[in-house]
Write a protein that binds this ligand. Sequence first.
Ligand code: SF4
Length: 225
Amino acid sequence: MQITEIFKSIQGEGTRAGLPCVFVRLTACNLRCVWCDTAYAFHGGTRRTLEEVMSDVRGLAGDGAARVPLVEITGGEPLLQPETPALAEKLLAAGYTVMIETSGERFVGVLPRDVIKIVDVKCPDSGEADTFDMANLEAVGAQDEIKFVISSRRDYDFAREFTVRHGLAARVRQVIFSPVFPDPAGKWTGLSARELTEWILADGLPVRLGLQLHKFIWDPAMKGV
Ligand code: SF4
């Protein structure tokens, strides 16, 4: 597998935000979201075998009562690599709770059922609208989450309509609306969390506001956290 980094941090997003987690970040992505905060994972990385990845995860997660039980496979886009389902299988077999964070452009049905899938639907102002594989609506279930990263009122209106039209709240554990965090280097602007919250409340939507916790704890530009 082509690996950008493996590290231990806290889960920054979704319903498990705040929990200790080991992250396996795979290299490469076929999309180019304008606000992508992991562009450093587009290229490079190191070639590692499945066993080497498992060994790194075991080393970071530790043993016994202090063992970190949560592992997230992320990227880049992790479903571009053919060995990803096998890695997920091995992690599950080793007793970890396994999450995957994916753009929604690839079919998540290739993954073992027990993997918790965090699936994006790209909004218009991401620059990658209409990339969502609609077959994913049938491949997600009660333990999974669907996420919209929102940078404008136009994105919000799209996310609201998609959520309602496809009955997302009944399909997954949680629908998440997450505001774009402003780029520390100024390449893109963010959306105010307060503004997004007010829109959600005004519409009474059955969604959860998602903030990227790690960006409030560490420098927002920091890698490996
Ligand atoms: S899908 Fe994810 S990794 Fe790929 S460009 Fe978009 S935000 Fe970045």
